[in-house]
Write a protein that binds this ligand. Structure first.
Ligand SMILES: Nc1ncnc2c1ncn2[C@@H]1O[C@H](COP(=O)(O)OP(=O)(O)OP(=O)(O)O)[C@@H](O)[C@H]1O
Ligand SMILES: [Mg+2]
Length: 437
């Protein structure tokens, strides 16, 4: 028991003693007890009134003076107030440090509530999005930035991929917009200026496209002369023949690399999802690919089969799909040993249309799978070079699929085989009436 309670019990004991003494002198104990109890109650009410006044003043100023249990209550409340003040100061200083840091960020940061209204934003937001850090608070962001792409992006609420947008106040700047959901229905919108990166990317694309283009003409001339040499009757030696054959092989390899690079830079420079809208007869395309794969397989004697839905057409570009699918099929032939099995399938389900290539080939170690679609990425450089591969095939596949809203899904086990599956969403499927018209 602490000293305040001891003091309080003493006080009660003293009052009871006074009642006892007075009743000894004048008799009538209960009346005296009632009187001292009323006095005790009045003292408590007096202290309660002090507490009430102090609370009204939000515990500011000096704490009221009292004794016993009330002294303890006033001391505890005083300490509680001190602690709260210290915590408040700490929070305020942390908040202002955080605000200083976010004001210094080059990226625009906007805190949005569940209705898409702006709760807070940093100064970069004014520079990149034209939103004022104080006047525009509480406004809906879509009322301030009336861009259809942004409206669509916010309404669809699929934020895995960033949105690329021209700055609403300066169309020479390109922004990358990301939205992160947090808390209960709160959103953080982050806009990054990617103008510089985009210019570099454009320069890289143009450089590759121009160099590839410039190399194509001299290479065609060299290949032409090599063909002439190969056909000429006045060849002196077998050795020379060999050299010409190898030079022709390398020349045609270079031609195919240049062709792939040109195709890639064309695919990259065109916008996403902009493949043309013709109805592609995939089954027919696959039947042709099956024949080509069988003739490529040649002496390897692989079992190549095709199972397909002849009625399943998709919207897209015939040539691009042919490049992508042939890459997958020829990879399966190249990376599956003699006697192996390769099965191609083209079917649909509730999730869309699927083209899959399954092989019983050499397989791919898991750590390489995520990087396969990078340009020039090969698992076993020696083996790929031997098979004539350059590592551009799957990069082309990725870009073609992106333009058809499709995704590449790869599963593989070393020594067991691989599955490369292209998943097209239902909206890419052409319905029968569309085909007829
Ligand atoms: N079906 C497969 N089985 C095993 N490995 C594969 C398979 N398909 C692709 N790979 C691996 O992925 C790498 C990248 O394939 P990609 O098609 O991009 O290039 P490539 O076949 O080497 O050359 P190319 O540009 O001529 O297609 C290949 O080098 C190979 O190591
Ligand atoms: Mg390939």
């Amino acid at each position: 028991m602490n000293r305040f309670w001891v003091e309080e019990i003493w006080r009660m004991g003293l009052l009871a003693g006074v009642a006892l003494v007075l009743s000894g002198l004048f008799g009538n104990f209960f009346s005296w007890l009632l009187l001292v109890s009323l006095l005790y109650l009045a003292w408590h009410i007096h202290n309660l009134a002090k507490l009430g006044r102090w609370i009204e003043k939000r515990l500011s100023g000096e704490s009221p003076q009292s004794s016993g249990i009330w002294e303890e209550i006033f001391i505890q409340l005083h300490r509680f107030r001190q602690r709260n003040r210290r915590r408040h100061k700490r929070l305020v200083s942390r908040l202002s440090r955080f605000q200083e840091a976010s004001q210094a960020l080059p990226n625009a940061i906007v805190v949005l509530n569940n209705e898409g209204s702006i709760e807070w934003c940093n100064s970069a937001t004014t520079r990149l999005l034209g939103i004022h850090t104080t006047h525009d608070l509480g406004q809906r962001i879509l009322n301030l930035i009336r861009n259809p792409a942004l409206v669509n992006y916010m309404l669809r609420a699929e934020f895995e991929e960033p949105l690329t947008l021209l700055s609403p106040i300066d169309d020479s700047r390109t922004l990358s917009i990301r939205v992160v959901a947090y808390g209960t229905d709160q959103r953080l919108l982050i806009a990054r200026d990617i103008t510089h990166m985009q210019r570099l990317e454009e320069m890289r694309r143009d450089f590759v496209a121009n160099v590839s283009h410039e190399m194509r003409t001299p290479l065609t001339v060299i290949s032409g002369y090599l063909e002439l040499f190969a056909e000429a009757d006045n060849r002196d030696s077998d050795e020379f023949d060999d050299v010409v054959v190898r030079m022709s092989e390398q020349a045609s390899r270079l031609q195919s690399i240049i062709g792939d690079l040109l195709l890639l830079s064309r695919l990259e420079s065109e916008k996403k999802y902009t493949a043309s809208h013709e109805a592609v007869n995939v089954a027919q395309l696959l039947k042709m690919l099956l024949e080509e794969a069988r003739s490529l397989s040649g002496y390897k004697n692989q079992q190549i089969s095709l199972e397909c839905d002849d009625e399943l057409f998709i919207t897209g570009n015939d040539q691009e799909l042919r490049s992508a699918f042939s890459n997958l099929v020829f990879n399966a032939v190249n990376y599956t040993p003699a006697g192996g099995e390769i099965s191609l399938s083209w079917c649909r389900d509730d999730e869309g249309a699927h083209f899959a290539v399954r092989d019983t080939g050499i397989g791919i170690p898991t750590q390489h799978i995520d990087r396969l679609t990078e340009r020039f990425y090969r698992v076993d450089v020696g083996r790929s070079r031997h098979s004539g591969g350059t590592g551009l095939g799957l990069a082309i596949v990725k870009h073609v699929l992106q333009r058809h809203r499709a995704h590449l899904h790869i599963e593989s086990q070393v020594g067991q085989g691989s599955v490369f599956r292209c998943d097209f969403p239902p909206e890419q499927i052409v319905t029968v009436t569309e085909k007829v018209s």
